[in-house]
Design a protein around this ligand. Structure first.
Ligand code: ZN
Length: 308
């Protein structure tokens, strides 16, 4: 069995992945009942334009974290990847209870797990485009019954497929509880990425999470409305010095028209390569550190080493 990464254009040799953003959105639409026009990303053309800018800056791969309850369009992602050469990894699962409720609440854990396994093994919505990562998420300061059911289903699908798990935490809360649920479900910590920790910049909390062995995301770069990037950079450097470098996943999650250069906004997908990477160098990170953060950790997480 040769290990592979499952992209929307097919399986690739993990060594081909390159510079990666582990949590982004290219085509998306929130289904949580709070219509916000800015969060609606409908345009394939603009996604292509954005990915061309990303590729020109040195970007090679994007994990597209919009599942069924966020308007996922697997066929569009494949066309965007074909047009630009950027590797795109698509997702199966659900973001959180509020949007997943109408789609998942009436199903059993087994039914939800079977859908996820089908998305990974056969393809999404009959497209033949296969998902390469699993998603579950929770609400602010609580995990609802439907969310717990989705975590249980993700654990079953993870054990069956060997695919990695990437989570949504609401404002950074419930990270340790998410790890507990996934571990109880038999998911190895090396296969877990807990998202959005930089929505709750609490050093002791992050260290407790890092000590579980999971990977965790500082994936809100450029969103100064939550915290300044200066604080994110400080936390990255501290984590590297504390020995947790290889458990950090950096990304931007800029799921708004007003954040995309191609929709006339900013900072756009080039921000990480053009601004954050130089800041990290100035803060003392080595080229080896940068390679670990943006190439080796995404490669390790996304690699599936499992016979189907
Ligand atoms: Zn997201």
């Amino acid at each position: 069995m040769t290990p592979f990464i499952r992209t929307v254009r097919g399986d690739i040799d993990p060594a081909q992945l390159g510079f990666t953003h582990l949590h982004e959105h290219l085509i998306g639409r929130p289904l949580d009942g709070e219509p916000d026009e800015d969060l609606y990303l409908p345009s394939e053309e603009r996604a292509v334009e954005e990915m061309r800018l990303f590729a020109a800056a040195g970007g090679r791969a994007v994990v597209e974290m919009s599942p069924a309850d966020y308007g996922r369009d697997a066929a569009a992602l494949k066309r965007i990847s074909e047009a630009t050469g950027v590797h795109i990894i698509s997702v199966t699962g659900y973001i959180k209870g509020k949007s997943a409720e109408p789609l998942a609440s009436g199903k059993t854990v087994t039914q939800i797990a079977d859908e996820m396994i089908r998305d990974i093994h056969e393809g999404i919505d009959g497209t033949g485009v296969r998902a390469g990562i699993l998603k579950a998420g929770s609400s602010k300061n609580k995990i609802t019954d439907t969310e717990a059911k989705i975590f249980a289903a993700v654990a079953i699908a993870q054990r069956e497929t060997g695919a990695p798990v990437s989570t949504h935490t609401e404002a950074g809360t419930m990270a340790l509880e998410q790890v507990t649920l996934l571990r109880e479900g038999g998911v190895p910590v090396e296969r877990i990425l807990i998202g959005h920790l930089d929505r709750l910049m609490d050093w002791e909390y992050h260290v407790a999470l890092a000590n579980t062995g999971v990977t965790f995301g500082y994936d809100q770069f450029a969103k100064e409305k939550y915290y300044p990037d200066k604080t994110r950079i400080e936390f990255v450097v501290r984590m590297v010095l504390a020995g947790f470098r290889d458990q950090l996943a950096l990304s931007m999650d800029i799921a708004r028209k007003s954040y995309f250069t191609s929709y006339g906004g900013g900072p756009g997908f080039t921000f990480m390569l053009e601004r954050v990477v130089p800041w990290l160098r100035e803060a003392g990170l080595s080229e080896d550190d940068l390679d670990a953060l943006f190439v080796r950790t995404p490669m390790r997480l996304l690699t599936i080493d499992r016979q189907e």
